[in-house]
Ligand binder design. Structure first.
Ligand code: ATP
Length: 300
């Protein structure tokens, strides 16, 4: 089953599309990095998956169902980018609310985690630091025992130690409970070790969506003479090129060795891959979705 699936999903605000022609399918059990420049549509995609907005076109499905049914609301947790908590509530009141609203709530897990983090239960959420608030929001989301956890930039307010601790905590939860986690982020380095699915959005479109191992295996970083680059590009898709003196570094989409001794190849790291695609927003690692039923863009 797919944990998250979108078909031709689009959201338009007045004249501008925040997200368009978004078709992707993420299998259950993955840790997904949702990456893209500012304004790429990451929050819009997460809000559509939570049913917090009505798509202009297409649809999103979570855990095989439409968002916001009573079944999906119980099984999906979402931590919003801004102000994920009610400022005026004490931490103990947030726990009480979680318990009252969520049928699968695990109070023990939440209290244990808050104690580990030394977060006092009698403080009002709004009086805690941004990092502590992020930690509480994540704790509440996990206490809901979701099958799908959607996190909008959960690491943004955290110091490096807290970032690594949160990722470790998420990973052990994923291993224990086999949940799917989708994290939007700008901090690729934090995710390189942990995520196994990558969604890269650019200008509201899906540029890449796929299994990280497969994506890395389908690309190579080549170094060779500048004058050989055009001939290579004629036969092999080049995602990005960077010229340094008389040498050129190419990130190419090719899984087989290049049979030309002028090129030396090295495997691609996740950060190389993400940066290369971010630099070249028109490069797509996968064929663009073709949705025959959609009208031409000018008519939308
Ligand atoms: P960031 O990394 O900066 O958080 P993002 O990838 O999450 O960005 P979105 O917040 O999804 O991007 O925004 C995508 C586009 O939609 C942006 O151009 C944004 O200005 C626009 N947008 C988002 N929400 C609204 C809204 N409520 N009204 C009008 N435009 C909006």
């Amino acid at each position: 089953m797919n944990a998250l699936e979108t078909t031709g999903l689009g959201k338009r605000y007045r004249r501008a599309w925040a997200l368009r022609d978004c078709s992707l399918a993420v299998p259950a059990g993955k840790v997904v990095a949702l990456v893209g420049p500012n304004g790429a549509g990451k929050t819009t995609l997460l809000h559509a998956a939570m049913g917090l907005l009505t798509p202009t076109r297409g649809e999103a499905r979570v855990l095989g169902e439409a968002p916001r049914t009573s079944r999906t609301l119980a099984r999906v947790a979402f931590v919003a980018q801004d102000k994920p908590l009610y400022d005026g509530f004490r931490v103990s009141e947030l726990l009480r609310m979680g318990r009252a609203l969520n049928p699968r709530w695990d109070d023990g897990v939440a209290r244990c985690r808050l104690a580990e983090l030394r977060i006092p239960l009698d403080r009002r959420a709004g009086k805690l630091s941004g990092g502590q608030q992020a930690q509480i929001a994540l704790t509440l989301a996990l206490a809901k025992r979701p099958d799908l956890l959607l996190l909008d930039e959960p690491l943004a307010n955290l110091d490096p130690l807290a970032r690594s601790e949160i990722m470790g905590h998420l990973m052990s939860t994923v291993a224990e409970r086999d949940i799917t986690v989708v994290l939007s982020t700008h901090v690729i380095a934090d995710l390189a070790q942990t995520c196994d699915w990558l969604i890269l959005l650019s200008g509201g479109r899906v540029q890449v969506s796929g299994d990280v191992e497969e994506l890395l295996g389908a690309h190579q970083m080549l170094t060779g003479p500048v004058e050989a680059a055009d001939a290579l590009a004629a036969s092999t898709p080049v995602v990005s090129r960077r010229v340094v003196g008389r040498q050129v570094h190419l990130l190419v989409r090719a899984s087989r060795p290049i049979p030309d001794p002028r090129w030396s190849a090295r495997p691609v790291a996740m950060e190389d891959l993400v940066l290369a695609y971010l630099r070249e927003p028109d490069a797509a690692a996968l064929p663009r979705p073709t949705l025959a039923t959609l009208a031409p863009e000018g008519n939308r």
